[in-house]
Structures are given as structure tokens and as C-alpha cells.
Design a binder for this molecule. Structure first.
Ligand code: MN
Length: 315
């Protein structure tokens, strides 16, 4: 029995699945996207992009797809190739994909929220109808309105890293990049379990892919197959735009909750207004309160403490 393995781009795999549509079988091995039983051979396509042809007609059947073979990732020459290895295919926006993004990393107050979300290509018109798009210019009320519909419409995983936990990890020497990588990897796995199949995973890039995977070393599961990285990925795929909206929604809700619990309105960001609010908080509840509501290693902590001392002296 002859056997041929080729590697294809997600778009080609989708094309293949369409072509063999009438010959697909339900029996699928783990990690596979589809299995097609042809009279002359069996075709098994994997999420990694690998497609296995087995049987007498393997070579003949594989041949037309081979020209569309994705470039081998082994062909490393210039430095730039490292980036390219995980660069999404040009067709990314039309693929069914899991996207991930995080919010709250640059804000002194509030938790870090990470979301992975799945958007099937069939659902894209509906999501556009719901207003899902790059949320950078959106105000909170719009985010909240869209997110409320979104969480009822698509599979997603939301992970909230409470400030106390964040601060403990940070004190142990873990940097923010590693925390993000761990949460993205976890959220993506959670969504993988919720969806039958997908073409690609797109991470809104916060670190170079090799750095990201370095952070994940030692993790029981590292999602690497079909993973792509791009900056401003919310512009590239609705799944990332959706993930970003849900993450922002959750962040806003958490900020409201923490503010109410402490009778102070908590501003976003890390500017002077934030120092003032932090000083107010310390005056009301003592310095320890920051550990529960803020990322204490930010310079805002010391600035707030100084403001409180200044206020005491001027009394
Ligand atoms: Mn992002």
C-alpha cells in the first residue's frame, strides 16, 4: 500500500474537504479535520496541515494538491522567516477560526482578562450584523451591547486573572508575557474542546512566536498546530475581534464590581488620574487594598503612596 504525506495551507484543506464532501466518513482519528474514503485511497487531513493519502491511488490523488503544498517550515534562512513561519495565510479572514486576545495588561486597576473565541465562516454575516469588528474605537456601552449578544452566539472561553493572583505570580518572578501566554494557551484549549473542527487559530500577537512558545515550556499541553500570530489580528479575523470585545466587556464589568465594592470609581490606564484614585483608595481602606484591585508592581502604587503622605503633611 502506498502512502503520501503533504502539507497544505488551511485554505487548501478547506478546498479539499469540499471536493471530497460526498466521501467523508464519521470515523475520525484525534487531531483530524476530515477523513475521506475514495475507491482508490483514504485521505486523512490533520489540523497541523498534514494530509495523508493511503492506498493504491495515493500518489495520483495527492499530486494535484501537491503543487499547492505549503512551504516547509524547515526552510529557515533569514531571521525574518521565524516571523513568517507563524504568519497567517492570506485567506485567514475567510476561514473558520479560533481567535484569542487579552485586555487589562496596561491598566493599573482591574484584572487581566483573556478570551479565545470561535467563529465559523458560516456565522460571519451574523456577527457582522451584531456589530462585531475591530473594537479599538468603540466606547464601553457599545462594547457591552455587542458582547451581550456575542456570548450567546459563539463558543468562547473567558479567563479572568484576579489581581491577588496576578500579584502573587509577579512576586514569584513571572513576567506579564508569560502570564498572557499561559492564559491564551489555556483559553484556546477550552475552545478546542467546544468545537468539532476549525481551520486555524489566530493569536493577537503580544510576543514573538518563539518567545510565546518558550513561555509555555513545561506545560502539559501546548497548542501549536495551525496556530498563527499577527499583530492587530482583530483587523484580520472576526474571531479575534470577538475575543477582544468579550475580554473588554469582562474587564469593564470587573472594574465596575471592584469599584462598587470599594466605593471608588476605578479609572482605566496608568496615568495621573489613576494615581489620584489609588490615593483615595489607600485613604479609605489602607495600602493593602491595592493587592486586591491593582497590579501593585506598576509605578502607580508608589506615586499614590506619595500623594497620601503629601496630603497628610498638608493637613
Ligand atoms: Mn491584543
Amino acid at each position: 500500500m502506498s502512502q503520501v504525506v503533504i502539507t497544505v495551507l488551511p485554505s487548501i484543506m478547506t478546498e479539499m474537504k469540499n471536493k471530497y464532501n460526498s466521501m467523508l466518513t464519521d470515523k475520525q482519528p484525534p487531531g483530524s479535520v476530515f477523513v475521506a474514503k475514495l475507491p482508490s485511497c483514504t485521505i486523512t487531513a490533520y489540523r497541523s496541515g498534514k494530509v495523508l493519502f493511503q492506498g493504491a491511488g495515493a500518489e495520483t490523488e495527492a499530486k494535484p494538491w501537491q503543487s499547492a503544498d505549503a512551504p516547509s517550515p524547515k526552510k529557515k534562512s533569514a531571521k525574518k522567516v521565524c516571523d513568517h513561519q507563524y504568519a497567517p495565510p492570506s485567506t485567514i479572514s475567510s476561514l473558520s477560526a479560533i481567535g484569542s486576545d487579552e485586555v487589562g495588561t496596561g491598566d493599573f486597576f482591574g484584572p487581566m482578562t483573556v478570551v479565545a473565541a470561535f467563529v465559523d465562516k458560516k456565522q460571519m454575516p451574523l456577527l457582522k450584523e451584531l456589530g462585531v469588528r475591530d473594537s479599538k474605537g468603540m466606547k464601553d456601552p457599545e462594547i457591552i451591547e455587542i458582547a451581550k449578544n456575542l456570548i450567546k452566539t459563539i463558543p468562547y472561553s473567558l479567563l479572568i486573572l484576579p489581581n491577588e493572583k496576578y500579584n502573587a505570580m509577579q512576586r514569584k518572578g513571572m513576567n506579564q508575557g508569560k502570564m498572557k501566554a499561559l492564559l491564551h494557551n489555556q483559553a484556546i484549549q477550552n475552545v478546542q474542546k467546544k468545537v468539532p473542527s476549525y481551520d486555524a487559530i489566530l493569536v493577537d500577537q503580544f510576543a514573538k512566536p518563539e518567545v510565546y512558545f518558550n513561555y509555555l515550556k513545561g506545560q502539559p499541553t501546548i497548542v501549536k498546530d495551525s496556530v498563527y500570530f499577527a499583530t492587530k489580528a482583530e483587523e484580520l479575523h472576526l474571531a479575534v475581534a470577538a475575543a477582544s470585545i468579550i475580554a473588554r466587556y469582562s474587564f469593564v464589568m470587573e472594574m465596575n464590581r471592584l469599584g462598587k465594592e470599594n466605593n471608588v470609581e476605578l479609572p482605566k490606564g496608568a496615568g495621573p488620574v489613576v494615581d489620584q484614585a489609588a490615593a483615595k483608595l489607600i485613604q479609605k481602606h489602607g495600602e493593602d487594598v491595592l493587592n486586591k484591585v491593582a497590579k501593585v508592581h506598576f509605578a502607580n502604587s508608589q506615586k499614590a503612596i506619595k500623594l497620601v503622605e503629601k496630603a497628610k503633611r498638608s493637613k
